[in-house]
Design a protein around this ligand. Structure first.
Ligand SMILES: [Zn+2]
Length: 224
């Protein structure tokens, strides 16, 4: 009898630890956002198509710096960029976003369809799914629950799409010159440090079995 109980507990524990819920929390994806996304695909990448869809080949991990889920959601929700982002406003009026957001307790939120383009990484949005993690500052380092959720989500997405690359946002310029790099403006770059090397190392170690391709070397980055 005891043995049976142990087995049942084991099964329960196993199923709880492998099935994770993704909570829908959609940002505005109205006709305006569709049009701005298509305009972005066309002007930045030379991709003309009838939909804002992408075929995911890459996962990019981020942190928001913004300390709460609600504030980060608010920042992504509107279709157009707010006035306080003049730094990237002239490139496109499309607001930034990501397909997923992971709260500090590890809850995963789906903000938009996985195969719609989000503006989260220069040069690679046409093939990259973004995962934003709430926090990331010295006062608010990413949590163990977020790490576990990222690992789960990377496995989940790799199961669904032909994902070749898993990168941290800080690694994106390594793709300059790579066939996936499509940004036309050589001066459009921002310096990124998220989600941190330590976090990337841990996610990579846990997803080693997925055999992602190595991030290309970029001689331009040797000095950084
Ligand atoms: Zn980022």
């Amino acid at each position: 009898m005891n043995k049976l109980l142990y087995i049942l507990i084991a099964i329960l524990f196993f199923s709880c630890s492998t099935s994770k819920k993704i909570v829908d929390k959609p940002i505005v994806f109205d006709q305006k956002r569709v049009e701005l996304t298509q305009e972005y695909l066309s002007e930045r990448y030379g991709i003309q198509q009838e939909s804002p869809n992408i075929l995911p080949k890459m996962i990019v991990l981020h942190y928001t710096v913004i300390p709460t889920l609600n504030e980060a959601f608010e920042a992504f929700d509107a279709a157009t960029l707010p006035d306080w982002r003049p730094d990237i406003q002239n490139v496109s009026g499309l607001n930034v976003s990501s397909q997923f957001m992971v709260d500090r307790d590890g809850t995963i939120y789906s903000l938009m369809p996985e195969t719609n383009m989000a503006r989260h990484v220069i040069g690679l949005n046409h093939c990259a799914i973004g995962i934003e993690n709430i926090g990331g500052t010295e006062e608010l380092p990413l949590t163990r629950a977020q790490l576990k959720a990222n690992i789960w989500l990377v496995e989940y997405l790799s199961d669904k799409y032909p994902i070749d690359y898993l990168i941290g946002h800080y690694e994106y310029t390594n793709f300059v010159g790579h066939p996936l790099w499509l940004e036309k403006d050589e001066t459009y770059r921002t310096i990124k440090t998220d989600p941190g090397k330590d976090f990337m190392q841990k996610v990579r170690k846990a997803t080693k079995n997925l055999n992602f391709k190595p991030v290309p070397e970029n001689p331009e980055n040797n000095d950084i």
